[in-house]
Ligand binder design. Structure first.
Ligand SMILES: *[C@@H]1O[C@H](CO)[C@@H](O)[C@H](O)[C@H]1NC(C)=O
Ligand SMILES: *[C@@H]1O[C@H](CO)[C@@H](O)[C@H](O)[C@H]1NC(C)=O
Ligand SMILES: *[C@@H]1O[C@H](CO)[C@@H](O)[C@H](O)[C@H]1NC(C)=O
Ligand SMILES: *[C@@H]1O[C@H](CO)[C@@H](O)[C@H](O)[C@H]1NC(C)=O
Ligand SMILES: *[C@@H]1O[C@H](CO)[C@@H](O)[C@H](O)[C@H]1NC(C)=O
Ligand SMILES: *[C@@H]1O[C@H](CO)[C@@H](O)[C@H](O)[C@H]1NC(C)=O
Ligand SMILES: *[C@@H]1O[C@H](CO)[C@@H](O)[C@H](O)[C@H]1NC(C)=O
Ligand SMILES: *[C@@H]1O[C@H](CO)[C@@H](O)[C@H](O)[C@H]1NC(C)=O
Ligand SMILES: *[C@@H]1O[C@H](CO)[C@@H](O)[C@H](O)[C@H]1NC(C)=O
Length: 671
């Protein structure tokens, strides 16, 4: 065994021994005495025997993750006074935790301990951690802890980071109160139902995502500034905006995948006369004082003025309470994807000038309003996603006023591109608002790089529609009525890298001037052959799915195989007997056919085969089908001629018949 091991040893200046994945079942004893780091991960060690580390008195770091460890000998660390970091993840320490706790009690200098994935319950953890008063980092993720109380981490006064994700925690009762130095706490993927009376002022990152939390309520009486910078409550059951600390440094608030909504409209007691004007929050334990709050009371939101990222995507937000957004003067990213917004009045919301990303895609927006002065203030807005709404018009100067705009997505709304005759009239009055236009002008927006106009019911794209706009990425897919000529996008020939023309009824298109095009989507277009101009490009990605291709001629295939890195081809009905292209693509090492297993072909009897599973005998070897047709075409007249002459001969030379029949059919038989 040791001979085997030595092969894997490799010393660096820090005196590290790497013996991971070397098949050992005990600590190797033939390493230099002065090693400081020992890595024994992914081996078969079941016991860390007493004295097995005694030789290595300088050891600072021991990593023994993913073994079969059941027991730590109680004297194993006795001669390791320097040991600071111990990784015992993915073992079976639950089996003899009491015995093992005696070993851990002797390394009270330990700063870093990883006990993740050891099937530990809360009682086991309490016992294992008894004397580890110097711990700064503790990983208990992927265990089976259910509840925590003030005894759980007793004495861990130095703890800075605690990872408890992926346990089955449903209750936490003052477990962290004495962890005054704790800065990062991960409670993700547990079964917690609320976080109330949150008062950990020193905590910087709290991750409570993927639980069943209904309430997040910070202790509002604490006037001290909370150090909290990141709060992750993603994927819970929160339906009120969390009641954040009164003073904090909160910068990132992740609330996506909850059921958050605002209830300010209920305060309008003229419209909702029968509604009570306050709500009581019953503490689950029933004996702590109940909180009574006015639903629309702004102060409940707590301190949000330092927020930079607010992620409310996938919630139930129908509107922002008055003044809500203007309370966040530093906001850079506002993610409202998949909510219930119906109207967005940018002027009224007073979005801050720091705003960089605004995603309001997949809402129910019918109206977006903005006056030009306010738009000019949004000088940092670079990414705007309005896709999947019910918009039929937009403020006509929306995009030309946003000076940093680099990516716009208005896919799946019904907004066209203005034709030449519309362009003079910049204000096309639509509905009651004078500044709205049902078509957009995409000229001279010199910051814009990415434009997505998929599914916008586009018809004719006028000539030079994008002049002065240096697009690199243009998505026009899913506009089945699209009429586009190379002249419409001619100005983009020097900048365009990606062009999406999938499902646009494309017949042919001269791509030859788009020298910089790297990716092209022409899927779902009923193409029976590839546009010849494609071969002149330096394409890397080509999407040809769901067309009517039966083959790719060898000449084209050879050229494409040299250039393409990624290709999509499924949904075409290829001819099983004309798959030379497939063999070329397969051989091309740099090329990746992404949907290989879905590509099918039809044989001569119209049966469908998966190209990858194709039996090469289906076409009788490698001969092309056309050869057979030629042979058949020649054979039929020849046979006819032959028949006619035979009949002629037989009719007019009847005496020949018996001889012929005799010769051919009656073999001489001997009776
Ligand atoms: C706990 O650690 C202290 C030093 O901090 C040490 O004196 C004591 O013996 C340890 N307890 C046990 C049970 O080993
Ligand atoms: C804790 O351990 C788990 C599993 O071993 C790992 O995925 C996670 O990143 C660790 N946590 C930290 C904070 O290092
Ligand atoms: C919170 O934890 C989950 C699970 O480990 C992780 O996916 C997520 O990125 C974390 N959130 C933050 C803000 O780091
Ligand atoms: C509506 O409720 C507020 C607060 O409870 C109260 O001050 C106000 O008088 C009420 N208005 C009407 C019209 O009832
Ligand atoms: C709350 O109830 C628990 C048990 O039901 C009890 O131990 C505790 O003392 C109570 N707290 C208060 C403040 O009444
Ligand atoms: C909280 O409200 C519940 C339900 O009305 C009530 O039973 C309980 O006594 C209240 N507790 C306090 C401390 O007010
Ligand atoms: C948008 O908000 C501004 C400022 O509150 C207001 O003057 C304007 O009338 C609003 N526009 C619409 C269409 O509601
Ligand atoms: C613009 O947004 C980016 C990204 O959030 C940020 O780094 C930059 O500081 C912002 N600039 C201004 C002037 O707000
Ligand atoms: C815009 O949002 C939609 C829906 O949320 C998403 O599918 C799309 O990728 C986003 N567009 C861009 C350019 O990121």
């Amino acid at each position: 065994m040791h001979i085997h091991l030595i092969f894997f040893f490799f010393f660096q200046t820090q005196k590290t021994a790497l013996c991971s994945k070397s098949g050992c079942s005990s600590v190797p004893q033939d390493l230099p005495d002065n090693i400081e780091e020992l890595h024994l991960n992914h081996n078969y060690i079941e016991t860390l025997q007493d004295y097995s580390l005694s030789r290595y008195t300088s050891l600072r770091t021991l990593s023994c993750a993913d073994n079969r460890l059941e027991i730590l000998g109680s004297k194993v660390f006795q001669n390791s006074p320097q040991l600071e970091s111990l990784n015992l993840a993915a073992n079976k320490l639950h089996i003899s935790y009491q015995q093992s706790s005696l070993a851990l009690a002797t390394v009270s200098r330990l700063k870093v301990l990883d006990l993740s994935e050891n099937q530990l319950t809360d009682e086991m953890v309490t016992i294992l951690l008894q004397n580890l008063t110097s711990l700064e980092y503790l990983n208990l993720s992927r265990n089976v802890m259910q509840r925590l109380d003030e005894t759980s981490f007793n004495g861990l006064h130095q703890l800075r980071e605690l990872d408890l994700q992926r346990n089955i925690l449903f209750e936490i009762d003052h477990a962290f109160d004495h962890l005054y130095k704790l800065q990062r706490l991960n409670l993700a993927y547990n079964y917690l139902s609320c976080l109330v009376d949150f008062h950990m002022t020193q905590l910087v990152v709290l991750n409570a995502s993927h639980n069943a939390i209904e309430w997040f309520i910070a202790n509002q009486d604490i006037q001290e500034t909370f150090q909290l910078e990141t709060l992750d409550l993603t994927d819970n059951n929160i339906f009120f905006f969390p009641f954040l600390p009164t003073h904090s440094r909160l910068r990132n608030l992740h609330l996506s995948q909850n059921t958050v909504s605002f209830y300010e409209h209920l305060a309008d007691n003229a419209s909702y006369p029968s509604w009570t004007t306050s709500v009581q929050f019953y503490n689950l334990k029933g004996n702590v004082s109940n909180v009574t709050a006015q639903l629309w009371d702004e102060s409940l939101h707590g301190h949000i003025s330092s927020l930079e990222v607010l992620d409310l995507s996938v919630n139930q937000v129908g509107y922002f309470p008055q003044g809500f957004i203007s309370k966040m003067p530093n906001l850079a990213r506002l993610r409202m994807q998949t909510n219930c917004l119906k109207v967005l009045n940018l002027t009224q919301e007073k979005l801050p000038s720091t705003l960089y990303e605004l995603d309001v895609s997949n809402n129910m927006l019918e109206e977006v309003h903005a006056d030009q002065d306010h738009l000019r203030e949004l000088a940092n807005l670079s990414y705007l996603n309005l896709s999947q709404n019910y918009l039929q018009s937009l403020p006509s100067r929306l995009f030309s006023s946003l000076t940093s705009l680099s990516s716009v997505d208005i896919s799946f709304n019904r907004i066209g591109i203005c034709l030449l005759q519309d362009i003079g009239r910049t204000r096309r009055k639509v509905g009651p608002w004078s500044d709205q236009s049902d078509c957009l002008v995409w000229r001279n927006i010199n910051s814009l790089k990415h434009l997505h106009l998929s599914g916008c019911n586009l018809g004719k794209v006028p000539w030079s529609a994008f002049i002065g706009t240096p697009l690199t990425h243009l998505e026009l897919s899913n506009n089945p009525e699209l009429i586009i000529e190379p002249r419409s996008v001619a100005e983009l020939s020097r900048t365009l890298h990606y062009l999406g023309l999938g499902n646009t009824g494309l017949r042919d298109f001269d791509f030859s001037s788009f020298k910089h095009l790297k990716s092209l989507n022409i899927a779902r277009n009923s193409l029976t052959q590839l546009p010849a101009s494609l071969l002149t490009l330096e394409l890397r990605l080509l999407d040809l799915r769901e067309n009517k291709l039966t083959t790719v001629p060898s000449g084209q295939a050879r050229k494409l195989a040299l250039k393409l890195k990624t290709v999509f081809l499924s949904g075409n009905t290829f001819n099983c007997c004309q798959l030379d292209w497939y063999r070329m693509f397969e051989k091309a090492e740099a090329m990746n056919i992404m949907d290989l297993s879905d590509i099918s072909c039809q044989d001569r009897t119209k049966r469908t085969h998966r190209v990858v599973l194709l039996d090469s005998l289906i076409c009788d070897g490698s001969e092309e089908e056309s050869v057979y047709w030629y042979i058949l075409l020649v054979l039929v007249p020849v046979l006819c001629l032959f028949g006619i002459s035979a009949i002629f001969v037989l009719t007019f030379r009847p005496r020949l018949l018996p001889k012929t029949i005799k010769k051919k059919c009656w073999k001489p038989t001997s009776y």
